[in-house]
Design a protein around this ligand. Structure first.
Ligand SMILES: [Zn+2]
Length: 108
């Protein structure tokens, strides 16, 4: 999977984080999570974006699990949960920017 910056058409619209479901205010540029097959799963909130690769995978699995339990007030779709589980199994996470490779190799 990889993370890339995307420009929002409406920068002020609130976003739902693709990997934890939390709402956060949109900015002009928001990091989006893509699968290796370039499927756009949606925006990442600042906490998920700042998380280490291991933490991010944990958040994805946890959120997918919660969607399956259907206990969320704003549940994501089962399709989204399935994609999250698939992406969590992809081998690498590529981060944007010149230091992206650093985080890619970070093992915490
Ligand atoms: Zn998040």
């Amino acid at each position: 999977m990889n993370i890339r910056w995307r420009r929002l058409a409406t920068p002020t619209a609130p976003c739902h984080c693709a990997t934890c479901g939390q709402r956060f205010p949109g900015k002009r540029r928001v990091p989006h999570l893509f699968s290796d097959a370039q499927l756009d799963l949606g925006p990442l909130c600042p906490q998920c974006f700042a998380a280490s690769p291991v933490q991010l995978r944990e958040r994805m699995r946890r959120y997918a699990y919660l969607i399956h339990l259907n206990r969320l007030r704003h549940p994501g779709s089962p399709d989204h949960a399935r994609h999250l589980e698939q992406l969590a199994c992809e081998r690498s996470i590529r981060y944007p920017g010149p230091l992206g490779w650093l985080r890619h190799w970070q093992k915490t």
